[in-house]
Design a protein around this ligand. Structure first.
Ligand SMILES: *Cc1c(COP(=O)(O)O)cnc(C)c1O
Ligand code: SF4
Length: 438
């Protein structure tokens, strides 16, 4: 029997018949143009007039959509547009990038900078919120403009000047605590390969920087950009990680799968960040199809973001329960590798806060007993180890807070832990343990 060769496109979903694709929307474009990312970038749909050539705009919506575009630009690559289900106004990909009436209606609801990124910015372009890693915004443009984008305030499409990038690099170079930089935007992969290389080389020259991460939606929106030339350049700057941004299984095309495969073969681990969007991907079936397709492509689902309260995105926001229900429906029911961490980015700059279904129903610290619920709703008891005097227990403290032995409270090498986890257990734990026959 023949062993099937990997084509790198194993995750790709077959096109539904209603998606007439490139042949329908762009019948006259040559393969050479279509496969050239610069052609894709140059021929993005950016005006309503261009959009109306491909989709019908409902009567009476022209003016309000025009007014939305004055607030936040549109950009749709021919490739991404070719994935729309022709004629379906509820198409999950169309909704992500086409300005709709709802956006107009909610134009005054929400915040400019919901995550307070500007407040945590020591130099323009850097957000330093966590102790050991920073976000570095090196581009103000994207292949497609997502209507729900948290950073829509910066999308005015002037290139970030080199002096600004140098100031960002300088900040990282002089801040020794930074070991991880998230290079984002906008989309860093919109830059030409030499321009991007210049930035990566400067970052790589910083000795205390362990790793570089790039956040990009290009493999989703303009997979033609992932050329061999780009991959040969990127692989010189390892350890390099890339976070991609797939939201819906219809985005898992052969082209996207091939782009991811190239990056993976260049040794770059790929993790996916999705945004939970009402009417796009807020059902368990859609999310399951998405994470299964990603795993087939060897892309690990990393984060599922609750949609930020950005100006004009109210119609995309779901309840938090909707996100919890999706995680509940995945965990235990499918490969653990396919379960992302569901996070809410705390408004005002609190950072990402993980939110999860409640699996620990009770934790009796005194008794050392944990009550757990599994994915089927069955309840289990887990017992912590009983405290037996042993060399490793010398750090244990009594209820009164006295230390049995060395590290004194003022000892800077003493572990910093909450007192509660160091308390001696009562006898109830022992009885419970015996009742279990241990
Ligand atoms: C998301 C984010 C990071 C990276 O967070 P991880 O949890 O390490 O992926 C770093 N800085 C900022 C400002 C961020 O928003
Ligand atoms: S690709 Fe990312 S940065 Fe660009 S518009 Fe979409 S969400 Fe925003």
């Amino acid at each position: 029997m023949e062993t099937p060769e990997s084509t790198g496109t194993e995750g790709a979903v077959d096109q539904p018949p209603s998606r007439r694709g490139r042949a329908h929307y762009f019948p006259d474009v040559t393969d050479e143009d279509w496969n050239d990312w610069r052609w894709q970038f140059r021929n993005r749909v950016t005006t309503l007039e261009e959009l109306a050539r491909h989709l019908s705009i409902p009567p009476g919506e022209w003016d309000l959509r025009q007014s939305v575009l004055q607030d936040f630009r549109m950009g749709i690559t021919p490739y991404y547009l070719s994935l729309f289900d022709a004629g379906n106004q509820d198409d999950p990909l169309l909704k992500q990038v086409v300005p709709l009436r709802e956006e107009y209606e909610h134009r005054d609801v929400g915040l400019e900078d919901p995550l307070g990124e500007e407040q945590f910015s020591p130099v323009p372009g850097i957000t330093h919120r966590y102790p050991d890693r920073v976000l570095m915004v090196i581009s103000n443009s994207c292949a497609i403009y997502c209507r729900y984008c948290t950073r829509k305030r910066i999308m005015y499409e002037d290139a970030v000047p080199e002096v600004e990038i140098d100031r960002m690099v300088d900040y990282i170079a002089k801040t020794k605590t930074v070991r991880d930089v998230v290079v984002s935007g906008g989309d860093p992969l919109n830059n030409s390969t030499p321009k991007l290389e210049k930035i990566l080389a400067k970052l790589r020259a910083i000795p205390h920087l362990d790793m570089i991460r790039i956040g990009s939606r290009v493999p989703v929106a303009m997979p033609q950009r992932i050329t061999d030339e780009l991959c040969r350049m990127l692989e010189k700057y390892h350890p390099l990680w890339i976070n991609v941004h797939f939201n819906h299984p219809n985005e898992l095309t052969k082209e996207a799968a091939a782009a991811c495969d190239k990056l993976l073969r260049a040794g770059i681990p790929l993790n996916n960040q999705s945004v939970l969007l009402k009417g796009v991907n807020d059902t368990l079936d859609t999310m399951k199809a998405l994470v299964h397709g990603l795993l087939r492509m060897r892309v690990r689902p990393y984060y599922l973001y609750q949609c930020d309260p950005v100006r004009g995105t109210e119609h995309f926001r779901t309840t938090v329960q909707a996100g919890i229900d999706i995680i509940e429906g995945l965990r235990g029911h499918t490969s653990g590798l396919g379960v992302p961490t569901y996070v809410i980015d705390a408004p005002g700059g609190g950072g990402k806060v993980p939110v999860s279904p409640r699996y620990m129903l009770d934790y009796d610290r005194e008794g050392g007993k944990v009550i757990l619920r599994n994915f089927q709703g069955k309840v289990y008891e887990y017992f912590e180890p009983r405290e037996v005097p042993s060399p490793v227990a010398v750090h244990a403290r009594t209820d009164s807070g006295e230390s049995h032995a060395a590290p004194k409270a003022e000892d800077p090498s003493a572990p910093v832990v909450g007192k509660s986890s160091w308390v001696h257990r009562g006898t109830s734990h022992k009885k419970d343990a015996e009742a279990q026959g241990s």
